[in-house]
Design a protein around this ligand. Structure first.
Ligand SMILES: C[S@@+](CC[C@H](N)C(=O)[O-])C[C@H]1O[C@@H](n2cnc3c(N)ncnc32)[C@H](O)[C@@H]1O
Length: 222
């Protein structure tokens, strides 16, 4: 039974292979690798079912997007959605990567990314799992390594505990946010916001959405 499920999954991913990236021999250094044009590069980590990545790619034809997700099953939903949506995107500017963020610098060259998005990352509420949080300083350090000078990281979540933890990590690294709100949908960024699947779900239930944006500390800049 398990084998059949896996085979089915492989077939579904294969049907969308034009949108999926193979592990590169050399890390991706610019949009020229997959998009044959120079454009700002954006990366979402933990894209889930892909609503944000598809929405951003359609809204921003001037940029190119990669969406990374570590669970192939979840990625199948994202990439099938992107394939179905392809006609509504004015340009070919979206690719998917099945990988763990731990391996980021095997995928992306130093200082290659303009904007990195973390949306509704798993909160890992137990203290002993803090290192698994995607805003733990060990992940932040990986992100800073692939961000361009003045590149931005944008993180949004409904989870007050994870948000407080993230702000503590930033403070410990001497980072001042460039944007910070406890109610994104009532903020000046509401109009430009593209909602994720989790965001729709939690905001419909009445949770407010926190957001923080920041760049690398001076010591880690390109
Ligand atoms: C809570 S879901 C949110 C999904 C989506 N961003 C949204 O807002 O609807 C978090 C996603 O991040 C993925 N994820 C967690 N840790 C990851 C890692 N280290 N590398 C890549 N993806 C990861 C999970 O598999 C899951 O699909």
């Amino acid at each position: 039974m398990r084998m059949r499920k896996k085979k089915h999954l492989d077939e579904r991913l294969k049907a969308c292979e034009a949108l999926l990236c193979e592990k590169p021999e050399a890390p991706i250094e610019s949009s020229l690798r997959h998009f044959e044009r120079e454009a700002p590069l954006c990366l979402e980590i933990g894209c889930g079912k892909g609503g944000f990545a598809c929405g951003m790619a359609a809204k921003h034809p001037e940029a190119c997007f990669y969406a990374m997700e570590r669970i192939p099953n979840v990625m199948t939903a994202a990439v099938e959605r992107a394939k179905a949506d392809a006609d509504s995107r004015p340009t070919d500017n979206l690719r998917f990567i099945v990988a763990n963020a731990e391996a980021l610098n095997e995928w992306f060259a130093p200082h290659s990314i303009d904007t990195l998005y973390l949306n509704f990352s798993d909160p890992w509420p137990k203290e002993r799992h803090a290192k698994r949080r995607l805003t733990h300083r060990r992940f932040l350090s990986l992100y800073f390594g692939i961000l361009k000078e003045n590149g931005q990281i944008c993180f949004k979540t409904d989870n007050a505990g994870l948000f407080a933890f993230t702000l503590e990590e930033l403070a410990a690294l001497g980072i001042t946010p460039t944007f910070l709100t406890d109610d994104l949908h009532a903020s000046e960024r509401a109009a430009e916001n593209v909602m994720t699947e989790y965001e729709k779900n939690f905001s419909e239930k009445g949770f407010s959405i926190h957001m923080v944006c920041f760049s690398a500390p001076k010591s880690e800049k390109a």
